[in-house]
Design a protein around this ligand. Sequence first.
Ligand code: C2O
Ligand code: CU
Ligand code: CU
Length: 542
Amino acid sequence: MSIQKHDRRNFIKLGCAGASILIAWPLFQSCANENKNSDPLRLNPDFKPDLDIKLTAVEREISILEGRKTMCWTFKSELILGDSSSLQQIPDSYLGPIIKVNKGQKIRIRFQNELPQESIVHWHGMHVPEQYDGHPTDIISNGQTYVYEYEVMNRAGTYWFHPHPHGNTGEQVYNGLAGLLLVSDKEEENLNLPTGEFDLPVVIQDRTLDDNNQLVYLDGGRMDRMMGFLGDKIFLNGRPEQELSLKAGCNYRLRFLNGSNSRIYKLAWDNGEPLKVIGIDGSILEQPKVMPYVMLAPAKRIDIWLDLKNKKQGDEIELKSLAFESGMMGGMMNGGMMNGNNTRLPLGSEYSLFKIKMNESGSNDFLLPENLVPYNKLDPTTAVNRNNPREFNFFMQGMQWTINGRTWEPTEVAKEETVKLDTTEIWQLSNKGGKMMGDGGMMGRGNEGGGMGNMMQMPHPIHIHQVQFNILEYDTSEMDAMFWNSIKDGFIDEGWQDTVLLMPGMKIKIIMRFSDFKGLFVYHCHNLEHEDMGMMRNFKIE
Ligand code: C2O
Ligand code: CU
Ligand code: CU
């Protein structure tokens, strides 16, 4: 795979050389744009970074539980150049680091792979050139270094990074490889939102450890893969202690990331107070959104405003995941097989995530502004396919999760997956029924479901690389009412997002604009076991 990609790189390089000889200016310009550094395995001496970080994926033993240490895979980081506050480690955790950047900054990340597997890092939610997106064909082997050099073009928001090698993403993330990338910009600065100790990461993951304190992954075999792996213990910021110590009398900004492989949370405070959402994925909202609970799918981020002004020292609040119907259907799946995954925390059950303990009190003067950052939602009438959205159906076929009946091919891209640079498009994502076995014609692509078609359906958190999109519509008309009622107040359609939770039977219309960079990017289900099984495809911007 990496050889193919190398060929592509060389091809582009030759293309540029040719263009410069001909001095065909427009050609040369677009070429230079696409390919600023022709070899990501080397530093570009002409690139002058504001921040230069070395990120090394290593195997390391970490003390997680009492007794024996846990073998994890983790990013070791080192600041080569830049402000020391831009890089923050999380002590005694497999998670991190937290990288803080500003829009407009130039960043260089030297990713070195010291794992016993091939890997590549992807910047989830970031708008970067093709060669810095962490495409699965860009994997490097143990001992190699991949250099990312790009300008931060994204809005203020909570982004993250994780490995993206096809087939092993689930394992690598599960073993510990993930970190937050926080982007700030001028608009955010003007809001005077909480900073420093009042701006906190809240990364939620589920993990299973065995009697020797070692991480257990996919012990349920094929069924775990098909359903997605569920751990039986909730981890907070890469630690098993489900406790956050905050100061009574203060206001906080909590940056939630669901860093779990497949688990979906229905977040709510136990005291019945609503959640105040101020940001989602790649954006700060226009106004705080007050919600009884939030459905947080894998890979999604929300920024929560937490007001502890009226609390006193010694107070406690708890964050829970409330019970919900996952909407999963499946003939033979309904029996014991559905629980082939031997977790003690079934999806959709109610459990505690963590407690906030106010062991101290203090004060700060961060106030929640009534208006945050205005967003100019893309206008559907400007879409080139306004009357004819591109359709992507996510379903099971032949015991395999597919997108429009197709699965992952490293460099393949279908006609319906090819879009034009500088256009706006509407995509319709649908979670339809599939069938269990073979392709005996019981159900083809685009079948509306029903009958055998519904044999197996699961939630799919759908993620598109490269872009931040707006949500135009959630169509739930084909969902079971009881199932929809258990989750319906937990969805957010405002802001710029890069991942949507597509529940069984749901259709979602999104709108996005393809700008600045041509190339091959991926879109996929962010249930990492589904992704690794092949529920991922390329799309091409040309
Ligand atoms: Cu967070 Cu393609 O991934
Ligand atoms: Cu991504
Ligand atoms: Cu999926």
